[in-house]
Structure formats: C-alpha cells, structure tokens
Write a protein that binds this ligand. Structure first.
Ligand code: MF3
Ligand code: CO
Length: 257
C-alpha cells in the first residue's frame, strides 16, 4: 500500500476522530492520581473511548492486550497495564491512545507527571512536546518527510537527549498504521514529498539518557537500556497547502497556544 491522500469526506471523519481522542486524553488526565494502578488507567480510558461511541484501536492489535499503552518512567512506549503497578508521586507516565470513529483512526500520546516531579523530568516532558512542534513547523506540502524528522532530532539532541530510533511515526487513516514511516531522527533519505490531504501520526519518543532501548520479556514494553526517563508526545496531523492542522490537540492545549 502506498501513501494515501484523504478525500474531503475522509478528512471530516479524521477530524471528528481526532477531536474525540483529544477529549479522551483530557478526561483521562483528569482521572490520573497517585496510587491508581496502570490497569485502572486503561479501564477508565477504555470506558471513556466507548462512551463516545468509538472503538479502542490498540486492543488486540497484534495481540496487545489493552486500550491504553501506559508507560511509566524508563518505559518508552507500549507498557502493559497491570493491577499491581501503582502510580507514585514523582512518576512520569506516558499515555498512548488510539481510537476508531466511523472507520477512521486517530492516535495520540501525552506524558504526565504524578504529583510533584523533578525539574529534570518536567523539562524532559516539555522538550519532548516542543520537539513535536519544531517538527511540524516543517510539515508543509512540498517539503519532505526528513524536514520534519531532522527538526525533531536537532531540537531534542541539542539538550543531549537520546532520540529513539527503533520506533517511528506513521501515516494513519482507515488503518492505524499506513505509509510512510516517520522517523524522529536524521537519516540519509529525504523521504516522500508531503502533500495536502496526507494524515500523519508524528510521535517523538525522547530519552533523558542514551537513545538505546530494549524490549521486556512481555514482548511489548520498550524500556531505556540505561534506565533513564523517557517521554512521548504524539498527534495525528493533517497536511494542507498552508499550516498543518493538528487534529488531536486538547482544549486545554489550544487555550495555552
Ligand atoms: N502509537 C503507537 C503506534 O503508533 C501505539 C500502537 S500500540 C499497539 O504504534 F498496541 F497498538 F500496538
Ligand atoms: Co502512533
């Protein structure tokens, strides 16, 4: 399959899917508290998704057992919710959520702090978020994919952070994962030319320490090899002839921009 250009009708559905996912993130963030298990985070997240009449896209995707990927501290992505794992003050927790609305997907991730977190942790979260915005400054039709990737990487690397290479962003639409792959690091390829009507999930995963990651024995959870903290920030984005449209921003985020 090649990169798809969405029709006007598909774009309307993608926008609706994105708006709902933004609400899911905002609602779930409000529920987060110390002492809650990561299993509860998933259960509440799934309830919220279904309350909007949507289907969680991660559940059973290639055998992934939950609706929300909950990744704590040195867990980079794809953490599996667990009744015994309780959130503690000072933790940082990445919530990655995908849903389907009338056949169309949205995908977004945020990293939150539990209670008071260290200066280092909060800087990592902010800078990971900012690396996404640096990237999409270049998400204009006519530019190449590498313009996004390079901007994310140079920004994150300027702080000495490790940019994860084993996992990448992706096209999104009637499928969760479509072409193209979207690296967050510099490569020797220019990548495809961006065109109006493409919808992309751009998702920097940034480690406070080295870029190396490894997989736990559950075959899902990705952790930093050096045990350093990791943050994740992802939105579903629409490429236009002008500025890109971010389809999964929460109202809270929009009001702060
Ligand atoms: N945002 C992630 C991705 O784009 C989440 C997928 S998790 C999975 O791949 F469980 F669905 F695999
Ligand atoms: Co994704």
């Amino acid at each position: 399959m090649s990169v798809t250009i969405k029709s006007a009708r598909e774009i309307e559905l993608m926008k609706a899917a994105g708006e709902i996912l933004a609400k899911v993130h905002q609602n779930l963030e409000e529920e987060l508290r110390e002492g809650m298990s990561t299993w509860e985070v998933d259960r509440i997240g799934e309830e919220i998704i279904r309350s909007y009449g949507c289907v969680p896209s991660f559940k059973n995707y290639q055998g992934y057992p939950a609706s929300v990927c909950v990744s704590v501290n040195d867990e980079v992505v794809h953490g599996i919710p667990n009744k015994k794992h309780r959130l503690q003050e000072g933790d940082i927790v990445s919530l990655d959520i995908g849903l389907i609305y009338k056949g169309y997907h949205s995908d977004a991730a945020r990293t939150h702090g539990i209670g008071t977190i260290s200066e280092n942790a909060s800087r990592l979260i902010q800078r990971t978020r900012q690396s996404f915005f640096e990237g999409i400054k270049n998400a204009k039709s006519g530019n190449h994919l590498s313009d996004i990737s390079n901007a994310i990487a140079s920004y994150a690397e300027s702080f000495g952070y490790g940019v994860v290479r084993e996992l990448v962003g992706h096209g999104i639409g009637a499928n969760l994962h479509e072409e193209p792959e979207i690296p967050n690091f510099k490569t020797r390829r220019r990548g495809i030319k961006l065109r109006s009507g493409m919808t992309l999930a751009i998702e920097p995963m940034i480690n406070e320490g080295r870029l190396d990651v490894e997989w736990l024995d559950d075959d899902w959870t990705v952790v930093t090899q050096d045990g350093s903290l990791s943050a994740h920030y992802e939105n579903t984005v629409l490429i236009t002839d002008g500025e890109p449209e971010i389809l999964t921003l929460t109202e809270k985020e929009k009001s702060m921009m």
